[in-house]
Design a protein around this ligand. Structure first.
Ligand code: ADP
Ligand code: ZN
Ligand code: MG
Length: 482
């Protein structure tokens, strides 16, 4: 055990996937040729005026409501001044002392089912900067840099948490589940790789039992959860070594090199007064109608966390089932449709297991495959009723995937129906028992495990069509006279 406890708070930038930008009518255009979605407003020509994107406000409110935030009856925009080539106005329109969404809370669940409660400090609206590309890939020592203003002005929500996290793995669990919630809200693509969700981690350590926080550093812009977790751990190790040798942590911005695992210092931590924040004179305050907020609250979709609880408590799924099946809103919808028709646990097993495994090769997701929820339910139903054995059902599934045929028709056409005719099975069992006297004796001697051997033989002989339960029963009857 380390003598130090890590303290972590995160700041998350989420690009809203609205049709147009935050303060002008330019369309968002990820991946389009550079500088093809610009106008005088987002290029900061003299005399232009910003106009707030109502849909961006709606999405910011939706995030706030989902995170249990207090919604400000009246919030304002500020200018955050700094000079950089990605910011043509030389200020970013952001929010400062009165954000649209104030305090809230998010509860994430660890693998073992325990809760991670993370206070939300605020969630505010702002605009993204343009995208800089440094020739040669690096800022320092680049031969040159080019600017793409397509991204400039994209609506952003910045979510800031309280310093409530205590480990890198908790931070990763929190961020993954927060991302999932945002996906369920449909507010953003939340792609870490493409930069539509970006997370900075603030990290400090303190002696175990201390009540004061230590000096923090800020780990910038990690573009995957795995790197973020590794980066935080590396930073914790670095700070532990510094304090352990009697040194002091300096407040600074640091960078993690995933290739080498090294932390490098950027030494550029600004204070908020450096930005000379002042109220944006060109915009009126945001005062969302309370009935609008109430409407958004009432219309919230079922979010991943309560949904997972319901899956475990009411549908008989394991925590792991629930986590896998709430991976995306589309998967949830798919599962729910199947689970409405058959035993939910059986549906979960089939979808998580065999369906995903078989579709992986085709690179397909369940909801875009030929296995419609109705077909999946039909197949699970055939297994449940004993009409087909599990191995045969797997074969049926493969056929449904490749040909889009109804499961019952595949069973019929391929003669995969389970043999549950007792007389037919009894004859097969008698034959197998006679051919394997050694194993039969072992069973008589009380070695019950050998039953599996007989079931295996029966399966092999029938091409997987024997009902395993019936075979077990018939073997006991034949050998033990039970
Ligand atoms: P700054 O003024 O440097 O922006 P803030 O107080 O606004 O700092 O906090 C920014 C982020 O850093 C928040 O997510 C917050 O939870 C986190 N944070 C603040 N203090 C600490 C600390 N001592 N250790 C770790 N994280 C911290
Ligand atoms: Zn524009
Ligand atoms: Mg701050």
């Amino acid at each position: 055990m380390s003598a130090y406890e890590p303290v972590i708070g995160v700041e998350i930038h989420v690009q809203l996937s609205t049709r147009t930008k935050m303060f002008c009518g330019c369309e968002l255009s990820f991946g389009d040729p550079p500088n093809t979605h610009t106008c005088p407003v987002c290029l900061a020509h003299p005399g232009v005026l910003p106009v707030v994107n109502e849909e961006a406000v709606r999405r910011a409110l939706l995030i706030g409501v989902a995170l249990g935030c207090e919604v400000a009856p009246r919030s304002i925009f500020h200018r955050k001044n700094y000079f950089y080539p990605d910011l043509p106005k030389a200020y970013q329109i952001s929010q400062f002392d009165i954000p649209i969404c104030g305090r809230g809370e998010f509860i994430a669940i660890r693998d073992d089912g325990s809760e991670i409660r993370v206070g939300i400090t605020r969630a505010h609206l702002e605009e993204d900067a343009a995208k800089l590309t440094h020739a040669g890939g690096r800022r320092v020592g680049a031969a040159g840099s080019v600017v793409d203003f397509n991204r400039g002005g994209t609506p952003l929500v910045e979510i800031v948490t309280e310093p409530d996290l205590r480990s890198a793995s908790d931070a990763a669990v929190f961020l993954r589940q927060l991302r999932q919630t945002l996906l369920f809200l449909g507010v953003s693509d939340c792609s870490m790789e493409e930069g539509s969700m970006r997370a900075d981690a603030n990290v400090s350590i303190r002696p175990v039992g201390a009540d004061q926080f230590g000096t923090k550093t800020e780990l910038k812009n990690m573009n995957s959860f795995r790197f973020l977790e590794r980066g935080i751990d590396a930073e914790i190790a670095r700070q532990t070594a510094i304090l352990g040798s009697g040194g002091q942590v300096t407040q600074e911005t640091v960078h993690f090199e995933p290739e080498t695992g090294a932390i490098t210092s950027l030494r550029s931590k600004e204070e908020s007064h450096d930005y000379r924040y002042f109220p944006e004179p060109d915009l009126v305050p945001l005062a969302p109608d309370p009935s609008w907020v109430a409407e958004l609250r009432a219309g919230l979709p079922e979010l991943p966390l309560p949904l997972r609880r319901r899956m475990v408590d009411e549908m008989g799924l394991t925590t792991e089932d629930a986590e896998v099946l709430t991976d995306s809103p589309a998967l949830v919808a798919y599962f729910m449709e199947v689970a409405a028709a058959v035993d939910p646990k059986a549906a979960a097993n089939w979808i998580r297991g065999e369906l995903r495994a078989q579709l992986r090769e085709a690179g397909q997701d369940p909801w875009e495959s030929t296995v419609t929820p109705a077909r999946m339910a039909a197949l699970v139903g055939l297994v449940e009723s004993g009409a087909v054995s599990v191995p045969a059902a797997k074969e049926v599934l493969a056929e449904v995937i490749s040909s889009g045929t109804e499961p019952a028709d595949v069973v019929e056409a391929k003669g995969l129906g389970q043999i549950s005719d007792e007389d037919e099975l009894a004859a097969i069992v008698a034959e197998i028992v006679a051919a394997n006297p050694v194993q039969a004796q072992q069973l008589r001697d009380g070695k019950d495990k050998v039953i599996g051997f007989f079931v295996g033989k029966a399966m092999a002989q029938t091409g997987g069509r024997a009902d395993p339960q019936a075979v077990q029963r018939l073997v006991r009857a034949a050998v033990l006279g039970q």
